[in-house]
Design a protein. Structure first.
Length: 108
């Protein structure tokens, strides 16, 4: 279980969970492209809020921003995997979230 900074809302804690994973079942079988895109939009909204808040970022905010960036990379990677599988005539639900360290190492 992750430790969250004091004062984080339930929404922030939920957004900190693994990308593309259904919070209730723990797997991504229920995730489709639209659900992943919705999650990406939520993460981007929070990222923008943090980057533009008055008074600068606290240490907890910087930590959260780093987490958001990793989660966005993972979400985009999962979406790309799903779309590539679908384009190849394969089952997109076989795509799985890859570890942040692996995704972060990809060249753009």
């Amino acid at each position: 279980m992750a430790a969250f900074p004091p004062g984080w809302s339930a929404k922030q804690r939920a957004a900190d969970s693994r990308v593309g994973v259904d919070a209730e079942t723990g797997n991504n079988d229920a995730m489709d492209d639209n659900a992943i895109l919705d999650q990406i939009h939520e993460l981007v909204t929070e990222e923008k809020r943090l980057r533009h808040q008055a008074g600068g970022l606290t240490g907890a905010d910087r930590t959260r921003l780093d987490t958001l960036e990793r989660q966005l990379d993972q979400a985009w990677d999962l979406l790309r995997q799903r779309r590539a599988r679908e384009d190849a005539g394969e089952d997109p639900d076989v795509a799985r979230e890859r570890p942040a360290d692996e995704v972060e190492g990809y060249l753009q």
